[in-house]
Ligand binder design. Structure first.
Ligand SMILES: [Zn+2]
Length: 106
């Protein structure tokens, strides 16, 4: 039990960062990589991308863009990795936690 818990903490910290979702040039959502979740950018009535965070990785699970490049991109987990959806002006990127933790500590 204890060693398993330690392993989980270690592995998420290792992968650990923040997923920053930028849509049309503005940051619309930030998600910690160590917490599973999903975020719908845009709306299903028009243009949308569904970003999922799972097992310390982020990926585009659904999108209705023409080229589907974002959906076919590999999941990202390391600082500096990016998934872009050019038709929707969507950028999903991972930033390293150090800077961000200080910035949001207040
Ligand atoms: Zn796309």
């Amino acid at each position: 039990m204890i060693s398993a818990a330690c392993f989980i903490i270690y592995s998420t910290r290792d992968a650990g960062g923040l997923v920053v979702i930028t849509f049309g040039g503005e940051v619309i959502q930030e998600m910690p990589l160590n917490m599973d979740g999903s975020f719908l950018a845009g709306s299903k009535e028009s243009d949308y991308n569904l970003i999922v965070v799972e097992d310390g990785k982020a990926y585009v699970a659904e999108a209705n863009c023409a080229n589907q490049i974002c959906k076919n991109s590999k999941s990202i987990s390391k600082s500096g990795e990016v998934i872009t959806c050019i038709p929707h002006r969507l950028v999903v990127t991972v930033v390293s936690p150090e800077k961000e933790v200080d910035a949001v500590a207040y």
